[in-house]
Design a protein around this ligand. Structure first.
Ligand SMILES: *Cc1c(COP(=O)(O)O)cnc(C)c1O
Length: 223
């Protein structure tokens, strides 16, 4: 199947009010261009170097989402152009993003990443940690950050109940944060969850953004 056909299939299973981020990590620029030519504009990458290289070669109306772990010292190289940083997992990172966004006179959209999977390897906050961060920034506001919601990755498993449970947990975190910190904030509305293997479950459990790569481009080759 071609990228075009795959995209059509994926698009058919995503309701129009849900945002698709096309995950392009490891894929060549020509493949991204094909997705672009099909009308896709939101692309997700997980590595800073790769997102910088690709954005320089592709049309400027692409909205780039960083979806992988971000080191503080690399913030300054992506803030000038990224639409959204989905993988915020510390106060230090939020503060650095705010500082760089101020320099570039922009308001940087971010999501708070939560650790919802069983695997130890995945990054992210837990609820207690995030409350400490949000309490801190309530007193010391970050003027150039817009926290738009939450992001998480479920355990890599075939067990649908497990995956569902984790998505429900992320949704419940969103609801708690919304009511305790963002009740009057119209921007805090996104729940980014669901990948190729589980995006339909994620949508059923309340996702507003899904991040899909393999189903569009085929298996990645990490050599
Ligand atoms: C790679 C990746 C995806 C996409 O995964 P697929 O299974 O290829 O659809 C989504 N989210 C994050 C954070 C990723 O790193």
């Amino acid at each position: 199947m071609s990228i075009k056909d795959n995209l059509k299939t994926v698009r058919q299973s995503i309701p129009s009010h849900i945002q698709l981020v096309v995950v392009t990590k490891t894929m060549p620029v020509a493949s991204l261009q094909k997705a672009y030519d099909c009308g896709e504009r939101n692309f997700g990458e997980n590595k800073v170097q790769e997102i910088i290289q690709k954005q320089a070669l592709l049309p400027s109306d692409i909205k780039w989402h960083l979806i992988g772990h971000l080191q503080t010292n690399k913030v300054k190289s992506i803030v000038p152009f990224v639409e959204m940083i989905q993988s915020v997992d510390s106060l230090k990172l939020l503060q650095e993003i705010d500082k760089q966004a101020l320099k570039h006179n922009k308001i940087q959209k971010c999501l708070l990443q939560f650790h919802i999977a069983e695997e130890e390897t995945k990054f992210g906050f837990n609820l207690e940690e995030v409350k400490a961060v949000l309490n801190h920034i309530k007193i010391n506001p970050l003027s150039n950050i817009q926290i738009c919601g939450v992001m998480g990755m479920a355990t890599f498993t075939k067990d649908e109940n497990q995956i569902r449970k984790e998505f429900r947990y992320l949704k419940s975190i969103f609801d708690i944060l919304k009511s305790e910190y963002f009740i009057d904030n119209e921007y805090f509305k996104e729940i980014s969850m669901g990948m190729s293997g589980d995006f339909e479950l994620a949508i059923a459990e309340g996702a507003t953004i899904v991040r899909v790569g393999t189903m569009i481009f085929g298996e990645r080759n990490y050599k």
